[in-house]
Design a protein. Sequence first.
Length: 132
Amino acid sequence: MFTCLVIEEERRSTDQLKDQLDKTQNSIKRNKREMDALEEENSNLKAYRRRLQRDLDEATEAREAAERDLATLRKLSRGPRSSRIAPSRISARTGDDGSDDMQSSLPDIDLPSDSSVAPNHHNTSGNEGGMA
């Protein structure tokens, strides 16, 4: 009877260990499935991050190109006006040489070399019409 009791106790212990082993194996399988799902989610998130980074890089590059174009356009829009003013006109603005201030503020215009079309800025005859 003693041996039957020991054998029965060992059988119960063995059954408990088997149950515990099954539970542990099931837990390992469940954890492995969860880990696989998390790795896949991580991979998807990394791919999404790479796409976002690529989009950001492209947007940054487009913004920089637009800024360069804008700077070039600004330079072109203000550059020729200031470079067309002759140095003598700059000094004429600051001094009182009798020249027409409005005329000196206009940009230089290339006129034909024909002397008959040269403008007469100063009327020295005293007549408004230019007739003597």
